[in-house]
Design a protein around this ligand. Structure first.
Ligand SMILES: NC(=O)c1ccc[n+]([C@@H]2O[C@H](COP(=O)([O-])OP(=O)(O)OC[C@H]3O[C@@H](n4cnc5c(N)ncnc54)[C@H](OP(=O)(O)O)[C@@H]3O)[C@@H](O)[C@H]2O)c1
Length: 234
């Protein structure tokens, strides 16, 4: 039987970990990655115990070399990629005058250069095989901007631009791409937010959204899904 495979960036924590575990449980071989080796080992251990197939790679996506090392790992450890989830991300929320050059370099690399380089590396092989899915985790901050969101919103708006083009280039070859734009999701990234974690979107909702779009029939596409938090309307 065809081995189903996925790369999920930022799978040490939050959304990425939930998505990686969910795909592992469905039988995918999943390449999990992040900077924190101990948390990756924890995912591997859970996978081993349940007879699931995870491969790990420690990489810092704030550097080009980190991104390229992940691409090499994906190419050498997996026969092909069925699903690429560009999830890893950092958050900087501050008035623009307080955002440093280092913040800029880091966020542009993790949130944007990594999805761009990973997509560039893996889309051609998906097109050749005639199937594949690229999921980009954007944000509601990629659809609107507020005080303090300049840098974060830049990266998340741009990610939607990348997604649209990936879909246009991939669709004629059977490859889909879509972006998810969630409001607050209950993860460590927003543990300081003025909303209780239990009243936020849950990481499992992101997993369900990926499964929903993945399982649509071949000619049905959903370029992006906005997932608002219920309380955000009040
Ligand atoms: N939580 C929300 O409310 C929310 C809402 C909308 C969108 N998002 C987006 O969802 C994605 C996942 O975030 P989350 O909420 O799950 O937060 P999280 O729990 O803090 O997870 C962030 C993940 O990104 C990885 N990461 C961060 N910097 C990295 C770097 N330099 N190199 C490699 N990996 C790095 C982290 O791994 P290591 O620390 O191990 O490197 C971690 O696995 C992000 O793109 C975020 O912008 C989140």
């Amino acid at each position: 039987m065809h081995e189903r495979t996925a790369i999920v960036t930022g799978s040490t924590s939050g959304i990425g970990r939930e998505v990686a575990m969910g795909l592992l449980e469905e039988g995918y071989t999943v390449l999990v990655t992040g900077r924190r080796a101990a948390l990756l080992e924890d995912v591997l251990e859970k996978a081993r115990k349940n007879d699931l197939k995870a491969i790990s790679h420690v990489a810092d996506l704030s550097t080009e070399e980190g991104i390229l090392s992940l691409i090499r790992k994906g190419q050498s450890a997996l026969p092909h990629i069925d699903i690429l989830v560009n999830n890893a991300g950092g958050l900087v929320f501050a008035p623009i005058e307080n955002i440093t050059d280092k913040d800029y370099e880091t966020l542009m690399s993790v949130n944007l250069r990594a999805p761009f380089l990973l997509s560039r590396a893996f889309l051609p092989e998906m097109k050749k095989r005639g199937s594949g899915l690229i999921v980009n985790i954007s944000s509601v901050a990629g659809t609107e901007a507020w005080e303090g969101s300049s840098l974060y919103s830049m990266t998340k708006f741009a990610l939607r631009g990348l997604t649209g083009s990936l879909l246009a280039e991939g669709a004629p070859h059977g490859v889909k791409a879509f972006a998810i734009c969630p409001g607050y999701v209950a993860t460590p990234m927003v543990s300081g937010a003025p909303v209780p974690l239990k009243e936020m979107i849950q990481p499992n909702d992101i997993l369900k959204t990926i499964r929903y779009v993945r399982d649509l029939s071949p000619y049905a596409v959903s370029p992006e899904i906005l997932l608002n938090r219920l309380g955000a309307f009040s």
